[in-house]
Design a protein. Sequence first.
Length: 118
Amino acid sequence: QVQLVESGGGLVQPGGSLRLSCAGSGSIFSIYIMGWYRQAPGKQRELVATINTDRSTNYADSVKGRFIISRDNGKNTVSLQMNSLTPDDTAVYYCNAQHMLFSKMVYWGQGTQVTVSS
């Protein structure tokens, strides 16, 4: 069992930056593939970025070159640095953990709102 708690969301102007953090507890953090997803109003939840146990990363095309995902297994945290934000990035952002061996073991945080507006 993994518990995930996101923080760092808020209101930011277009072109600005935000850093989201996700704190995990309850299991061995390092054996989970960690990810960030987002869901905008009226849209399906979509992948933003993932970071594997070997720290390899994967990004949605829409955020490549602007967002950076990182993890600190010692602190049980995963972060998402978001730069050059646009109104299209407005969404609720969710932290996700997927067991590296048992793919059906998936956990979600409660989400944090990111609003990009002038």
